[in-house]
Design a protein around this ligand. Structure first.
Ligand code: AKG
Length: 241
């Protein structure tokens, strides 16, 4: 077994330092900026993971999340990044992996808002086949100060109790995160994490954006099961019931 797969299976996450070329990063940055600025295009798919706790007239997005961006942007849908990431997902978890959903998570400059510790499975319905991999792709150089990812392996495949931030914000869980590792990356690098791995990122305190494109993969059969149950990752955030 190759080292990437071994690490992914034992730790619940792995870093791939160079998924994309510099040109691919530039192409994706341009598409990303367009999606961020054209708010009307992403109505219903867009929200602030920080929750809407500020007064309406002071409202500014701190952690912009856009679900399923490739549904509204054809250039994204056809981009080579989806094939590259899928090949990795197959290598890590098997040939039956397919794209379940994509999303953008942007931390604008000086918004200094952390994404709280959570497990992705807390957002999902319970499926019989638990294999899943989220590919978190850095479109800027990322480090602690602008919000690179942190990970903490979880031994059992169990979903810890989660709560939501007020105002429809992200899910979070209170857990001892001693020993968590920060994973800085250059733009074009990525990490893969599974649905149970605890993860978090600090706020962006720098002058630049922190743009991430996230692609989630799981077995084709499980995607069909999700869709049958009305789960297509476009809707409101809900806690696992
Ligand atoms: O980008 C972030 O800050 C958090 C990303 C995340 O939670 C995820 O990809 O599952």
């Amino acid at each position: 077994m190759d080292t990437f797969k071994k690490n992914f299976l034992s730790e619940g996450y792995v870093a791939i330092p160079e998924l994309l070329t510099t040109d691919e990063v530039k192409e994706l940055q341009a598409i990303y900026n367009q999606l961020l600025s054209e708010k009307e295009k992403t109505i219903g798919l867009r929200s602030d993971l920080a929750g809407n706790t500020v007064a309406e007239n002071e409202k500014m997005e701190r952690i912009t999340q856009i679900m399923r961006p490739s549904l509204v942007e054809e250039k994204l849908q056809n981009h080579h990044v989806y094939q590259k990431a899928l090949q990795w997902a197959k290598q890590l978890l098997g040939d039956d992996m397919d794209l379940d959903f994509d999303m953008l998570i942007n931390k604008a400059p000086h918004t200094n808002t952390e994404t709280p510790w959570h497990q992705d499975a807390a957002y999902w319905i319970d499926l019989p086949d638990k294999r899943a991999a989220s590919c978190w792709i850095a479109l800027d150089n990322v480090h602690e100060e602008n919000g690179c990812m942190w990970f903490l392996p979880v031994k059992e495949q169990e979903v810890l109790p989660h709560q939501s931030l007020s105002g429809g914000g992200a899910l979070y869980c209170n857990s001892d995160t001693t020993g968590a590792q920060a994973v800085p990356l250059l733009a074009g690098g990525c990490t893969f994490h599974d649905g149970f791995t605890l993860h978090y990122s600090k706020g962006n305190t720098t002058n630049g954006p922190r743009r991430a494109l996230i692609l989630n993969f799981r077995p084709k059969q499980m995607i069909l099961l999700e869709r049958e149950q009305g789960m297509d990752h476009t809707g409101d955030r809900k806690k696992r019931s």
